[in-house]
Design a protein around this ligand. Structure first.
Ligand code: HAM
Length: 426
C-alpha cells in the first residue's frame, strides 16, 4: 500500500475541525491587530535561504529540501516563512508604502528534512507575522503579545515566555570575540559541526544539540555582559512594554535561536507542562534589523515570530482543552423516494439562506437517520413525508430537548433564524 512520506501527516475528521477553528481564530485575531495577509510561494530560489536563514544554521546546512527544476534552477522548499516574506517585501517595494510599519501575517506549510519525532515533522504548518519599518521596542512587545494572547484565548495555562537580547552588530561582534576566546582551548572537545561553527559563526555553537552538556558550553560567556548601551536600553524598553501588557516572562540567556538573522530581541514561548517532551517550543521569533538589506533591499528593521500548529495541538491535548465542536443546524430526513427531490431542493435553499444543513444520502431507516443526526450533533432534525409535502406543514424536532414543532414551509426560515440564533447565543 502506498503510504504518506515519513515526517508528514494527513488532516481529517476531528483534527480538521480543530485546525480550521485555530486558523479562523488566528485570522480574526490578526484582523483585531490590523495586520495584512501575505502569501508567498512554497518554493523559492535556494539562494534566498542561504542568504536569509544563514549557511551555518542546521536548517540550511542539513535540512532543506532542494531540487533542480526542469530549467536547471536550484530551488528549495521553504523551511520557514520569514525569508520569503522579506523577498516579497523587497520585490513588491512595500518599503514605499506610505502606511509604515508594514505589518503582515501568513500561514502555510514549511519543509525541513529533520529526524521525525514527536513534535518534529518534515512537513509542518506555521502561522507567522513579520513587521517591517519600525525600530520601536513597543513593536517587539506587540509581536510577543500575539502568541501569548492567542494561547490565552485558547485557555492554555502551562506556557512560559523566554526572552533574550542578542544586541546590535557592535554588541554581537564583542560577544563573538569573547566566544572565540572562550572556545579556543576547547576546540578538541567540540563536535565536527561546532568546529566549523567556530570559524563561521560561533554563536551557533551555543545552539548545538550534540555539545549541549559540555562544561565549556555551560560556562560560556553570556551575551547580556556584552550588550552596549543602545542595545541594553532597547531590551529594557521591551521589558517595560511587556510589563505594561502584564505579560509574564523570563530573561533567559540561553535563547539564541536557530536562525542567523536575529538582532536585539529574541523570544520563545514554551509549553512548561510536565511530560510534554523535548520539542516543547511552541513558537519563536525576534527582531532582524539587517535581514532586508542582506536579501538586497534598503536598510529596514524587521521583527516577527512563527508558531507551529502540531505542537499547539499537542499542548491543547495535554491540557485537555477541546476546540472546534462538530456542529450542524439541521439534518433533513426524506421518508420516501418521491420526497427526495423536494428534500434535496429544500436543503440547498436553506444552505443558501445561511444555515448549515445536511441530509440523508444513504436511504437509511428512521432509527439510522436519528443516529446520524446525533453523530453530526445536529440542533434540529426535519422529517419530510408525503403529508408534509402536500400540506406544506413541516415537522421539526429539537434534537436535544426532543421538543416537536409544526412549521409552515413559508415560515421555516423565520423559525430557524430565531431558534438557531438562540442556540448560537447560548
Ligand atoms: P523556528 O523557531 O524555526 O522559527 O520555528 C517556529 C516554530 O515552528 C517552532 O517554535 C515550532 O513550533 C515550529 N516548528 C519548527 N520546526 C518544526 C518541525 N520540524 N516540526 C514541527 N514544528 C516545527 C522560524 O521559523 C522563524 N521564521 C520565526 C520568525 C519569524 N522569526 C522572525 N519572524
Amino acid at each position: 500500500m502506498l503510504q504518506k512520506p515519513k515526517g508528514t501527516y494527513d488532516v481529517y475528521g476531528s483534527n480538521g475541525i480543530k485546525i480550521l477553528y485555530l486558523e479562523n481564530l488566528l485570522r480574526s485575531l490578526m484582523d483585531k491587530y490590523h495586520y495584512e495577509y501575505v502569501r508567498t510561494p512554497i518554493f523559492e530560489a535556494s539562494e534566498l535561504f542561504h542568504r536569509g536563514v544563514g549557511e551555518t544554521t542546521d536548517i540550511v546546512s542539513k535540512e532543506t529540501y532542494d531540487f533542480i527544476d526542469r530549467g536547471n534552477r536550484n530551488m528549495t522548499l521553504r523551511p520557514e516563512g520569514t525569508a520569503g516574506v522579506v523577498r516579497s517585501y523587497i520585490e513588491n517595494k512595500m518599503y514605499g508604502n506610505p502606511s509604515q510599519p508594514v505589518k503582515t501575517w501568513y500561514m502555510g506549510p514549511m519543509y525541513r528534512y529533520e529526524r521525525p519525532q514527536s513534535g518534529r515533522f518534515r512537513e509542518f504548518y506555521q502561522f507567522g507575522v513579520e513587521v517591517f519599518g519600525s525600530e520601536d521596542p513597543m513593536m517587539d512587545a506587540e509581536i510577543i503579545s500575539i502568541p501569548v494572547n492567542f494561547y490565552r484565548m485558547l485557555g492554555l495555562k502551562g506556557i512560559k515566555v523566554n526572552i533574550n537580547s542578542l544586541g546590535d552588530q557592535e554588541s554581537r561582534n564583542a560577544y563573538r570575540d569573547a566566544l572565540l576566546k572562550h572556545f579556543e582551548p576547547h576546540l578538541d572537545e567540540l563536535c565536527e559541526d561546532c568546529k566549523i561553527r567556530y570559524s563561521k559563526n560561533p554563536l551557533r555553537i551555543l545552539d548545538c544539540k550534540v555539545d549541549h552538556d559540555l562544561d565549556c558550553m555551560k560556562n560560556a560567556p553570556k551575551i547580556s555582559d556584552y550588550l552596549n548601551d543602545a542595545s541594553r536600553k532597547h531590551f529594557e524598553k521591551v521589558q517595560q512594554y511587556l510589563d505594561a501588557l502584564e505579560i509574564p516572562y523570563q530573561v533567559n540567556p540561553n535563547v539564541v535561536r536557530g536562525l542567523d538573522y536575529y538582532t536585539h530581541t529574541v523570544f520563545e514561548v514554551e509549553a512548561s507542562v510536565e511530560g510534554f517532551g523535548s520539542q516543547n517550543v511552541l513558537c519563536g521569533g525576534g527582531r532582524y534589523n539587517h535581514l532586508v538589506e542582506t536579501i538586497g533591499g534598503p536598510s529596514t528593521p524587521g521583527v516577527g515570530f512563527a508558531l507551529g500548529f502540531e505542537r499547539l495541538l499537542t499542548a491543547l491535548e495535554f491540557e485537555q482543552i477541546e476546540v472546534g465542536d462538530e456542529h450542524l443546524d439541521l439534518y433533513v430526513i426524506p421518508m420516501e423516494e418521491e420526497i427526495r427531490p423536494y428534500a434535496f431542493a429544500l436543503t440547498q435553499s436553506l444552505r443558501m439562506n445561511g444555515f448549515s444543513v445536511d441530509m440523508d444520502y444513504m436511504n437509511r431507516n428512521l432509527k439510522g437517520n436519528f443516529k446520524q443526526a446525533d453523530r453530526f450533533q445536529a440542533s434540529y432534525v426535519m422529517i419530510i413525508g408525503t403529508t408534509e409535502m402536500e400540506t406544506n406543514i413541516l415537522t421539526l424536532k429539537n434534537n436535544q430537548t426532543q421538543e416537536e414543532y409544526k412549521i409552515k414551509t413559508d415560515d421555516l426560515i423565520l423559525f430557524l433564524d430565531e431558534h438557531i440564533k438562540e442556540e448560537h447565543d447560548e
